[in-house]
Design a protein around this ligand. Structure first.
Ligand code: BGP
Length: 463
């Protein structure tokens, strides 16, 4: 039996936009806006306007999650729901009431709320007016919104997070065109990465001030999808490519958040390429002074890297692709539905990296899970999805995580993605991740075999 440390947090993660549905929301985010323009891209019987109907169903959904052993729930507040006016920072009373009710309901059901403030859901108005994360003004608006959240819900929430996966904002919105505004602009991506780090540090600064004034013992962190890059071969060119990929994809966010500064090697590379972000000494001081208390790590698959195939001369503008290429390892174990390699050992490597290179900061797995399509094929005659593949996936990852903890890494929780099947940015409802099945046409929710297993896991603090 693998036992986890005392008070280990067994949780699940979701986000506001992926679970709530749009009901009575005063503002549109980039996804609502895009969905209105191109519904087919995000629709699979149900779109983000309904999602998993958590807005209407939370009073039923939360006890069901408790039944599946979920003792902590990470979700996000939607900026566009909380604020009546995102530009002026005026709150919407219905939004405030909704999040208050959700937090109360979680606590009443013995579930600890972990609240994230930004999960890809930029208010479209801030994009149209200011250029979104390209603008430093938006970093101040974000800090104002964050402060409102601390004031409104801070007496009940002990775990706050600023951003989910900043890297995906760059990849999707500024490099590889899978999130709105579908740009290809490498230099803008560099500035966006800097601005998001700045916005996060500004929110942390507001939090620390609020915490002091209110004598609170709450914690703040950020959520990163870390994927240490493994080189395809030992050839120095592949090794250098993997080193750049780790700097660009991970350390660009991890270092400012934990150490208070950007990695020097990366700064030099960007400077040499004439694409270094615009910064001021005052901003760099905000970043230096406002490091996080705790780190959330989302982990799904490793990153395998080889030397680049793109030559700088073939591009009009700078792109990170001139330093590395992704590589598919022959013989890899795959989740074929999602197209992701399954390689749990990376979780151990992440644990050791945080232990050795990031001051053994407290951290937890803030997302890990397996997306599978057409799960109705696995329904038994009682209507329960027999998802043994998901149990195996989680067990294999927990085994590696446990090894990392035994080796001294300071990990205090594991949050599966996700509690109840939810809508996805890229896949709508094609791949399901939940411990609880959602029949999206009737919004009927039923615990899967993995949910029954998770209940025992969290009860026994191990398996
Ligand atoms: C993470 C996101 C989640 C979630 C998950 C699964 O990157 O933080 O929001 O969607 O990935 O990925 P997908 O939905 O693309 O299958």
């Amino acid at each position: 039996m693998l036992k986890f440390p005392k008070d280990f947090a067994w949780g699940a993660a979701t986000s506001g936009p992926q679970s709530e549905g749009n009901f009575h929301k005063p503002n549109q985010n980039v996804f609502d806006y895009w969905y209105e323009k191109d519904p087919d891209a995000f629709y699979d019987g149900v779109g983000p306007d309904t999602a998993s109907n958590f807005y209407n169903d939370y009073k039923k959904d939360i006890p069901l999650m408790a039944k599946a052993g979920i003792r902590s729930l990470r979700t996000s507040i939607q900026w566009t729901r909380l604020m009546a006016d995102v530009d002026k920072g005026i709150v919407d009373e219905d939004g405030v009431e909704f999040y208050n009710n959700v937090i109360d309901c979680l606590l009443d059901n013995g579930i600890e709320p972990y609240i994230n403030l930004f999960h890809f859901d930029l208010p479209i108005d801030l994009y149209k007016k200011y250029g979104g994360w390209e603008s430093k003004h938006v970093t101040d608006l974000f800090a104002d919104y964050a402060e409102k959240c601390f004031e409104l819900f801070g007496s009940k929430v002990k775990n706050w997070f600023t951003f989910n996966e900043p890297k995906v904002i760059l990849d999707g919105e500024y490099l590889y065109q899978f999130h709105y505004p579908l740009k290809v602009d490498g230099p803008a991506a560099v500035q966006v990465a800097y601005n998001i780090n700045l916005a996060s540090a500004k929110a942390v600064a507001r939090f620390k001030k609020w915490r002091k004034e209110n004598n609170s013992d709450a914690k703040i962190g950020t959520i990163l999808n870390l994927t240490p890059a493994y080189p395809a071969t030992n050839d120095p060119e592949d090794v250098a490519a993997a080193e750049f990929a780790t700097l660009w994809d991970d350390n660009m966010y991890l270092d400012p958040a934990v150490k208070g500064h950007f990695p020097e090697k990366l700064v030099k590379i960007l400077d040499d390429a004439n694409v270094l972000f615009d910064s001021t000494p005052e901003e760099l001081k905000i970043i230096a002074d406002n490091t996080i208390d705790v780190l959330g790590v989302n982990f799904y698959h490793p990153e395998r890297v080889m030397r680049p195939s793109v030559s700088p001369d073939s591009l009009q503008d700078w792109m990170p692709d001139i330093y590395f290429d992704n590589y598919e390892m022959p013989g890899r174990v795959m989740n074929v539905d999602k197209g992701w390699e399954i390689y749990p050992k990376t979780l151990y490597d992440i644990a050791i990296n945080i232990r050795d290179n990031y001051g053994n900061l407290p951290w937890f797995v803030s997302e890990n899970g397996m997306g599978v399509s057409h799960e109705e094929r696995y329904l038994d005659d009682k209507g329960v999805v027999q998802d043994d593949y998901r149990i195996k996936f989680i067990k294999d990852h927990l085994t590696e995580l446990h090894r990392g903890i035994e080796a001294g890494s300071n990990c205090h929780g594991f949050f599966v993605w996700t509690g109840i099947d939810c809508w996805s940015w890229k896949n709508a409802y094609r791949n399901r991740y939940g411990l609880i099945r959602n029949d999206i046409h009737t919004q009927t929710k039923t615990i899967k075999k993995s949910g029954q297993w998770y209940a025992k896991l969290s009860e026994n603090n191990g398996f």
